[in-house]
Design a protein around this ligand. Sequence first.
Ligand code: HEC
Ligand code: HEC
Ligand code: HEC
Ligand code: HEC
Ligand code: HEC
Ligand code: HEC
Ligand code: HEC
Ligand code: HEC
Ligand code: HEC
Ligand code: HEC
Ligand code: HEC
Length: 408
Amino acid sequence: MKADLGKTGPSRVVLGLRTLAATFVVLLLSVSTIFLRAQTDCLSCHADKTLQDASGHGVGVDSEKFHSSIHGVLNCTDCHTSIKEYPHPDQPAPVQCATCHADQAKAIGGSVHDGTSPHPCTSCHGDAHSIFPKDNPKSAVYPLNIPRTCGTCHASEALAKKYGLQNVYATYMDSIHGYAVSKEGLLVAANCQSCHGSHNILSHKDAKSTTARVNVPNTCGTCHGGVKDEYSAGVHGKAVAAGNLTAPVCTDCHTAHAILQPTEASFRMQSTPICGSCHKEQLATYRDTFHSQLGLLGGYVETARCWDCHGAHGNLPASDPASPVNKANLIKTCGRCHKDANASFVQYQPHANPHDRKLNPALYFVRLFMNLLLWSTLSFFTLHTLLWFIRAKREQRKSEPAAEEKHD
Ligand code: HEC
Ligand code: HEC
Ligand code: HEC
Ligand code: HEC
Ligand code: HEC
Ligand code: HEC
Ligand code: HEC
Ligand code: HEC
Ligand code: HEC
Ligand code: HEC
Ligand code: HEC
């Protein structure tokens, strides 16, 4: 037994050493697995929301949000390609969204927004770890969130001033579209992206821009198809399509960001001068008529404005049989408001111009006669007064020496 015991003595030592070695290996192994997991499972450190870098900048990542985001299935290293282990490289390579989204990156590269922010993508898409598909209400580019997203920069007075741009955000929010998007949650109303696009946004001075004058009717027409067809069939639409950019596009009459409901008094009050800003002669003659005088009484009055007679979108020359102001259609056009309109009633000239002898001979001669009368009357009385004055002076001078003689 002793011998046995004795025999086993050294083997026990060996066993003890083996166990120690094994324990050491296990220990070593377990330590290195912790280390290994730390390298691959970035979240073991970064899920700690209080984690900070040396400068106190937070480097925590909301893991729940990240996993529910569109990129939740990706590995951290798919985006952070230069980070393989801890400690990290001093200068990790910036994330390149372009490696997976080449089309969007290329479009941004040629747009007004190229180089306007430190990260070309997150400026609109928000926090890189919580990007959602565009049809998810949590997305920064969900239709109802877009105005606020663009507004992070475009509601800034300082940015507008720096780049010489209008500050359009507040005006848009008060417009019919802004109201529909922000207050009614109407997904189909126009948000910034509907008119400007998303990645390929260009200045309206660029002919390729969706907001370039010549393209505006098509841009608005993607939603307002009926109005666009009407407009395209009229003189204004045809002129613009033929390259005559002095004719009006939608935004000349409606503006781009301050669009009002056209039945509102504030729109109707300003639209007559809008037509008149180009048709100065017709505005001037309209101003002389009863319809306009009525509108000038102060406050809002329902009277005939330019488009009540001419239509708003399919404007045509009076000579065109389809024009509402063609002679053949006047009874119907005036009859909308004047129930008893008949052939003699519509003889009334809404643009009577007393300065034009050929167009309005009667008015021209009446005006000529009235002017002659006025001038001859004025001249007569001026001459009369002058002669009277001279005679009075002469009488006075005659009587003065007589008075002096009396004193002597
Ligand atoms: C052992 C903990 C730990 C692990 C594991 C870890 N990080 Fe970090 N990480 C940090 C700390 C701490 C910082 C703060 C800055 C520093 O110390 O480098 C940081 C910083 C970062 C930064 C910011 C770098 C900068 O300079 O802006 C990124 C990006 C990052 N980690 C990504 C990763 C990725 C990807 C992984 C997985 C491959 C990972 N980290 C794994 C601890 C960790
Ligand atoms: C879709 C790409 C993408 C994925 C996936 C991604 N990140 Fe990021 N991460 C970014 C971008 C973009 C930034 C902003 C800094 C930059 O541009 O490099 C960023 C920044 C960071 C920062 C610095 C935090 C800060 O505010 O400066 C950390 C830390 C970080 N990521 C960790 C992670 C971790 C951990 C994972 C995996 C759970 C992860 N990231 C997955 C794109 C990504
Ligand atoms: C000026 C703001 C803005 C910037 C900057 C921006 N995006 Fe977008 N992005 C949007 C908007 C708005 C949408 C939604 C488009 C829509 O509803 O059709 C969108 C949609 C997307 C989509 C969905 C597919 C698509 O094209 O509609 C991807 C992918 C995308 N962006 C990636 C990127 C990448 C990558 C970058 C950087 C290169 C980037 N975006 C920069 C505004 C922006
Ligand atoms: C490693 C490849 C990869 C990188 C890098 C990457 N993405 Fe993605 N992204 C995807 C995949 C995959 C999808 C889901 C499929 C899809 O809808 O295109 C996606 C989807 C998106 C969507 C939602 C598309 C939609 O339908 O509305 C947006 C927005 C987006 N990514 C933006 C970004 C931005 C911003 C970055 C950079 C911070 C980025 N991605 C970096 C692979 C990537
Ligand atoms: C990170 C800030 C930022 C965000 C977010 C942003 N913009 Fe801009 N945007 C700018 C800056 C800066 C300019 C001026 C660029 C220049 O003139 O060089 C600009 C220019 C423009 C212009 C061109 C104006 C002109 O005629 O020259 C339009 C249009 C525009 N942005 C629309 C948008 C829309 C729509 C969105 C949202 C989808 C948006 N922007 C989001 C910063 C931003
Ligand atoms: C209904 C269409 C429409 C909508 C919606 C719209 N815009 Fe515009 N925007 C235009 C048009 C058209 C122009 C071209 C210039 C003009 O007619 O005023 C323009 C011009 C601009 C300009 C340049 C102004 C300048 O001074 O040159 C900026 C910046 C701009 N828009 C940003 C936005 C932003 C941000 C939003 C959302 C909050 C928005 N737009 C919504 C149609 C629109
Ligand atoms: C994305 C689709 C879309 C685009 C693009 C669009 N609109 Fe609209 N617009 C709407 C919707 C939807 C309404 C109805 C809003 C409501 O009733 O609350 C509306 C309302 C209007 C109204 C008020 C009259 C009415 O019928 O309610 C006018 C005027 C108008 N838009 C003009 C324009 C002009 C001008 C443009 C181009 C510069 C334009 N819209 C571009 C969708 C659009
Ligand atoms: C020459 C000025 C002018 C132009 C150009 C113009 N509009 Fe109008 N628009 C008006 C007037 C005026 C009204 C009000 C009509 C009324 O109350 O009878 C109106 C009404 C509307 C309405 C309300 C619905 C309706 O049919 O009355 C919409 C929507 C509209 N316009 C969109 C557009 C779009 C889109 C374009 C470009 C394709 C456009 N407009 C071009 C002057 C104009
Ligand atoms: C931006 C300037 C502009 C505005 C605003 C404008 N027009 Fe015109 N209009 C034109 C031009 C230019 C033509 C000639 C088009 C052509 O035939 O080439 C024209 C033609 C016409 C014609 C046909 C006359 C003819 O001699 O052929 C009528 C009628 C007309 N406009 C009515 C209106 C009415 C009504 C409004 C307001 C609702 C209006 N216009 C607003 C520029 C304008
Ligand atoms: C009460 C109805 C009425 C109103 C209001 C009215 N017009 Fe007219 N307009 C007519 C009639 C009728 C004609 C054709 C006879 C004529 O030239 O006097 C005409 C002719 C015109 C023409 C010339 C068309 C051509 O083919 O020669 C233009 C341009 C015009 N109007 C613009 C305007 C503008 C701009 C306004 C608003 C400032 C306006 N009209 C207000 C009824 C009206
Ligand atoms: C949008 C409605 C409207 C249209 C269209 C309209 N008018 Fe009027 N008009 C009025 C109103 C309102 C008055 C003032 C109240 C009144 O006397 O009936 C008026 C007054 C007049 C007057 C002076 C008062 C009178 O009744 O004798 C004449 C003349 C007149 N209109 C002629 C016309 C002619 C001609 C047309 C067609 C070319 C026309 N109007 C189209 C609304 C309209």
